[in-house]
Design a protein around this ligand. Structure first.
Ligand code: SAM
Length: 220
């Protein structure tokens, strides 16, 4: 990696710390993954800004500090099996792969899913699997999951994702309208499901059977 990117990445790590990320494992994982490798050539110079960056198909690679906050809140462990809905560029998939045992990631836009898979293979990140499909129905084959990260905002919490959360499992998902959502933390405990509001956020729409329909005008 060029010196320019190394220096920029150091600054991003400092920025994450300024924004309240103090989990050393999460900071280390961000330090290990070269975000510019996941971005289209035209926006690579913006790779280490703490900002969402366009990746084509009207989608974005999410803001790094928000992704780091997801990982910090979810208290991920090295043995965890994680489901990610919304692979996008594959950058978050790669960071997760540094923190947990296996990452299963679903992307509905074929071109993005294929590009992310190619990037992950090129970087020899091998503890991930990518499915092209509707993430609102989850990936039952590998359930239950210790954690689920949803990187797009839906009108409600998809029931199949709740069902695929293992005992002690945690899920973060933005829920609300098309323009603004509330990030919800969902936990499966011995005493039942727990739901907690975390913060206001704005994500691209979660489209699919248990998300917004493709016209983006109504829930199912
Ligand atoms: N975390 C990604 C990254 O680091 O690049 C960014 C994800 S982007 C904010 C959200 C992604 O969710 C988009 O690529 C979009 O196509 C995808 N998406 C939306 N609805 C989906 C669904 N039902 N299943 C799978 N992916 C979906």
């Amino acid at each position: 990696m060029s010196d320019r990117y190394v220096a920029q990445r150091r600054l991003l790590i400092e920025r994450l710390q300024e924004r309240g990320i103090n989990d050393l494992e999460v900071l280390r994982a961000f330090d290990l993954v070269a975000r510019h490798e996941f971005l289209p050539e035209a926006v690579r110079h913006r790779a280490y800004e703490d900002a969402p960056v366009p990746i084509g198909f009207a989608q974005t690679a999410s803001q790094p500090s928000l992704q780091a906050l997801y990982m910090q809140i979810l208290q991920l462990s090295a043995n965890d099996k994680v489901l990610e809905v919304g692979t996008g560029s594959g950058f978050q998939t790669a960071v997760l792969a540094q923190l947990v045992d296996r990452v299963y990631s679903i992307e509905r836009i074929r071109e993005l899913g294929v590009r992310a898979r190619e990037t992950l293979e090129r970087l020899r990140i091998s503890n991930v699997a990518i499915l092209i499909g509707d993430g609102t129905i989850g990936w039952s084959r590998y359930a239950p999951y210790d954690a689920i990260l949803v990187a797009a905002g839906g009108p409600e919490i998809p029931e199949p994702l709740v069902a695929q959360l293992g005992m002690g499992g945690r899920m973060l998902i933005p829920v609300g309208g098309l323009d603004a959502q509330r990030l919800m933390l969902v936990k499966r405990t011995e005493a039942g499901m727990q739901y907690e509001e975390v913060l206001d956020c704005t994500f691209v729409p979660l489209l699919g059977r248990f998300g917004w329909d493709d016209q983006r005008t109504s829930s199912p």
